[in-house]
Write a protein of this length. Structure first.
Length: 284
């Protein structure tokens, strides 16, 4: 197993070669190593380092899943959920993910949580979803941390706890979760439930905006327009709202309809507005 991983990533004294990784994993599979079955199965499914053979890859995953490998169980659940290489069968997807989740696989816990939250192939059970989000969040999954933070803010399924929500968002942000950046920015900007930190909020909004979050662009524009914690710049604000509106922001659409905003809008060159509709946020 370890030799295959070394070849796959080019670690240590060996060369980077997916073909040699496949050869090493083949030997480990012959010896019954279920983790090598997972790795080799992935190569066959993707056609990476070996001729593409989806069925062979699935058979390796099935064998590893039967031997108790949680990653293989997750992969089999995903196949049946998406219908990618196997017929869509939400009952089978749930069964594989349930076993993988019990083995501690955080991705299976996360996907099961989504099934219970939205009723995909199961009856809606938000309490069960919350327990699964909690397990996956504690395991370090950023999306689950984000979702659990949402539940903590809403206070319907779990006890309302804004401090915990902010802590969970911080963990998700540390892993680069874009929506978490926006939501944490909102909490810090409002300062209603946690200590206000406008400077940090602006940084988070700018990061989210640079990743294409249109509402983050609109929020920053609102701050520029009012001078709330940033330098007042109404012209820049209206140009930013124009950019956000072109990207689907409801906030920006509403702001651009205001009479006071239209007074500013009339003094801006039309080419500036047109450029804003096409430009990246960093170019503002």
């Amino acid at each position: 197993l370890s030799l295959g991983v070394m070849y796959f990533y080019g670690d240590g004294p060996v060369i980077h070669s997916k073909a040699l990784a496949a050869s090493a994993w083949n030997k480990a599979v012959a010896a019954g190593d279920n983790q090598s079955m997972v790795y080799l199965g992935q190569l066959y499914v993707s056609g990476d380092g070996v001729p593409k053979d989806t069925q062979k890859g699935i058979e390796l995953w099935e064998e590893a899943a039967a031997l108790g490998n949680a990653k293989a169980q997750f992969n089999m659940g995903l196949l049946h959920f998406k219908g990618d290489g196997a017929a869509i069968d939400l009952s089978k997807a749930k069964a594989f993910w349930k076993v993988a989740a019990a083995h501690g696989d955080i991705m299976a816990q996360r996907e099961l949580a989504k099934m219970y939250e939205h009723g995909h192939g199961v009856r809606v059970n938000k309490a069960k979803a919350a327990r699964l989000w909690t397990k996956a969040a504690e395991g370090g999954d950023a999306e689950s941390q984000f979702e659990l933070a949402r539940l903590c803010s809403e206070g319907e399924i779990v006890a309302q706890n804004y401090t915990r929500a902010a802590e969970l968002l911080e963990k998700a942000v540390a892993q680069g979760h874009e929506e978490a950046k926006f939501n944490l920015g909102l909490m810090l900007a409002r300062g209603e439930d946690i200590k206000k930190d406008t400077e940090r909020a602006v940084r988070l909004f700018k990061q989210a905006a640079a990743s294409g979050n249109s509402e983050a662009i609109a929020i920053i524009a609102s701050m520029w327009y009012s001078g709330d914690g940033v330098q007042l710049n109404k012209t820049r604000a209206v140009i930013a709202w124009t950019m956000a509106s072109a990207r689907g922001s409801d906030i920006a659409d509403q702001m651009l309809k205001r009479d006071d905003v239209n007074h500013v809008l009339r003094d801006i060159e039309s080419h500036q507005l047109e450029n804003a509709r096409r430009a990246r946020f960093e170019e503002l």
